[in-house]
Design a protein around this ligand. Structure first.
Ligand code: PEP
Length: 254
C-alpha cells in the first residue's frame, strides 16, 4: 500500500509573513487528516521560518523547490543540499517544467541533482511531463520514458524507493486544464512500467507517483483515486490554506 503524498509547490509566492499566517490556518484545517504525507515547498526565503514553525512535525514535511548539485563553492545564487538539510528539509523538487523551460535544465543536470539529493539523504520529487505539442504528436510516452531514463540514470532500486515521481503534463500546469483521470492514469501506469524496466516490478510497485497540473478541490478526488496516482503536486491551489487542505482531505482517510 503506497501512502499518498500531497505536496505544495509555492513557486515564487509567499513572503515570510504570509507563510506564518498560512500555517496558522492550515494546521486547523488538517487537524483530523490521517493517512497522507503532506509536504510544503516554500520559496528559499521562507524555509527557515517554516522549519522553525513546523518544529520537526511528522505530519507536515518541509520541501525545497530546487537546489544545486555541487557541495559548496563559487556558484552565485545557488543553494546546496547541506544547506537544506540544516533546515530539516526532507524533499526537494527536481526538474520542474519551469526549471526545464525557463532555466534550461536538461535531463543530465536533473540527473546530477537526483543523485546529489540521494547522496545527502534528501528525497527528490522528480518532475516529468510532456508539452502540448508533444502530446498532439502522440509522443507523450516517449517523452516520459526519455525524461525518466535520463533523470534516474544511476539511481539504485533502494534509492528509487526514496524517490517520488511527479507526472506533470506541461499543458496542464497553471492553465486550468487538467488531464482527465483516464489520461493521467494511463501516463502513471506507463511511468510505473518504465520504472520497473529500470529496476524490478516489486520496486516499481512501491514508488509513489504524484499527478500535477491544475489540481483543485473539485477534481482532486477523482484523480487521487486512480490506481496508479499516489498523490498530487499542487501549485496555484496550494497557496490558500483551505483549498490545499480540501485537496489533502480528498486523498486522505479523514
Ligand atoms: C506545478 O507547478 O507543479 C503545478 C502543478 O501547478 P498548478 O497546480 O498551478 O497547475
Amino acid at each position: 500500500m503506497r501512502k499518498k503524498i500531497i505536496a505544495a509547490n509555492w513557486k515564487m509566492n509567499m513572503t515570510v509573513a504570509e507563510t506564518e499566517s498560512f500555517l496558522e490556518s492550515f494546521r486547523l484545517e488538517i487537524e483530523d487528516v490521517t493517512g497522507v504525507e503532506i509536504v510544503i515547498a516554500p520559496p528559499f526565503t521562507a524555509l527557515a521560518k517554516l522549519s522553525e514553525l513546523l518544529g520537526g512535525s511528522q505530519k507536515i514535511r518541509l520541501g525545497a523547490q530546487n537546489f544545486y548539485f555541487e557541495k559548496s563553492g563559487a556558484y552565485t545564487g545557488e543553494i546546496s543540499a547541506t544547506m537544506l538539510r540544516e533546515l530539516f528539509v526532507k524533499y526537494v523538487i527536481v526538474g520542474h517544467s519551469e526549471r526545464r523551460a525557463i532555466f534550461g535544465e536538461t535531463d543530465a543536470i536533473i540527473n546530477q541533482k537526483v543523485l546529489a539529493a540521494h547522496a545527502s539523504e534528501l528525497k527528490p520529487i522528480l518532475c516529468v511531463g510532456e508539452t502540448l505539442a508533444e502530446r498532439e504528436a502522440g509522443k507523450e510516452k516517449q517523452v516520459l520514458e526519455t525524461q525518466l531514463r535520463g533523470g534516474l540514470a544511476g539511481v539504485t532500486p533502494g534509492q528509487l524507493l526514496d524517490t517520488v515521481i511527479a507526472y506533470e503534463p506541461v499543458w496542464a500546469i497553471g492553465t486550468g486544464k487538467t488531464a482527465t483521470s483516464a489520461q493521467a492514469q494511463d501516463a502513471h501506469a506507463h511511468t510505473r512500467a518504465v520504472i520497473a524496466g529500470l529496476s524490478d516490478q516489486a520496486t516499481a510497485d512501491k514508488v509513489r507517483i504524484q499527478y500535477g497540473g491544475s489540481v483543485k478541490p473539485a477534481n482532486a478526488r477523482e484523480l487521487l483515486h486512480q490506481p496508479d496516482i499516489d498523490g498530487a503536486l499542487v501549485g496555484g491551489a496550494s497557496l490558500e490554506a483551505r483549498s490545499f487542505a480540501e485537496i489533502i482531505k480528498a486523498g486522505g482517510e479523514e
